[in-house]
Write a protein that binds this ligand. Structure first.
Ligand code: C2E
Ligand code: MG
Ligand code: MG
Ligand code: MG
Length: 278
């Protein structure tokens, strides 16, 4: 009996792993093709201040696969990171953002990068080359780095981030609070902006530990002259509570979900529309 259960459990386990591996290989192959065929697009989501005025825009990659339909970045970014495609994907997104720049409102654009990309020696040179080719100044770009196990406070890493800042980019620490020795990273790494993860904002006002955490982060950030963005603002209540906890910039479905370039252009070309949206 025991043996049979054991074997049964093992075969279920291995079938699942096999299916995952096939799925990953499918995504890797299709993603490589999508990059070559320029099938990925970029959507933009506003980040607003306390008055609802546009502060910046976050660029978010979008992929519509002919076979599987829309595939979420949460699914394909990890595959790209494993397969080194992340370097090409990052530059592809940066290029798209540069092409869109003339049509976007004149605020900085936040571009996500993976901590894996920073390990690549050519990272900064490649990004600067894309900007120069398109005549875009680095101060139009904020690089968002997701807090992760990859991000560390080694001298190499600190030096690399300092180099990025010297080149004129601002840097944001994304998904802050998801765990990975964050306070040490805050202290040692030269971030300009801290984005508090949406899982905190979604529990704000319902859980004293969350409220205290968010308030502590905004206080520390204030002391260090860093800006805090509350991610995942879905309701008016979220907004009020994040505000009370000391957040001054907000991003979320309550204001605007990520939308295509044409929609952003339409929303922000007419200042009257902006005040109704907010
Ligand atoms: P992120 O950088 O933290 O981006 C915010 C995510 O939260 C986006 O998901 C956005 O659509 C979603 N979001 C915005 N407002 C709300 C809200 O009010 N409620 C909820 N529940 N979600 C909201 P998305 O676009 O699916 O992207 C997921 C993640 O994939 C991003 O998280 C980022 O880490 C990564 N990603 C996206 N584009 C890129 C890229 O070009 N390069 C890299 N390296 N990573 C990217
Ligand atoms: Mg981000
Ligand atoms: Mg992220
Ligand atoms: Mg985030």
């Amino acid at each position: 009996e025991v043996k049979r259960n054991g074997r049964g459990a093992w075969s279920v386990f291995s079938t699942e792993i096999l299916a995952d591996m096939r799925q990953e290989r499918f995504i890797e192959r299709e993603l490589r093709a999508a990059l070559l065929l320029k099938q990925l697009t970029v959507h933009y989501q506003p980040i607003v201040d306390a008055d609802g005025q546009l502060n910046s825009l976050e660029a978010l990659v979008r992929w519509h696969n002919p076979v599987r339909g829309v595939i979420s970045p949460a699914e394909f970014i990890p595959v790209a990171e494993k397969s080194r495609l992340i370097h090409d994907l990052g530059l592809y997104v940066m290029q798209r953002v540069c092409e869109d720049m003339p049509q976007l409102p004149g605020v900085p654009v936040n571009v996500n990068i993976s901590a894996w990309q920073l390990k690549h020696d050519a990272f900064l040179r490649d990004y600067i080359e894309v900007l120069e080719r398109n005549g875009v100044a680095p101060d139009r770009v904020i690089l968002e780095i997701t807090e992760s196990a990859m991000l560390n406070t080694s001298d190499d890493f600190v030096a690399r981030m300092a180099e990025i800042k010297r080149a004129g980019f601002k840097i944001a620490l994304d998904d802050f609070g998801m765990g990975y020795s964050e306070f040490n990273q805050l202290r040692r790494l030269p971030f300009d902006i801290i984005k508090i993860d949406k899982s905190y904002i979604q529990n704000i006002g319902t859980d004293i530990v969350t409220d205290t955490f968010v308030s502590a982060v905004t206080q520390i950030a204030g002391q260090m002259d860093r800006i805090v963005v509350a991610e995942g603002i879905e309701t008016r209540d979220d907004n009020v509570r994040a505000s009370v906890a000391g957040c001054r910039l907000f991003q979320g479905y309550y204001y605007q979900p990520p939308v295509a370039l044409a929609d952003i252009t339409m929303l922000y070309e007419d200042p009257k529309r902006l005040s109704t949206a907010a």
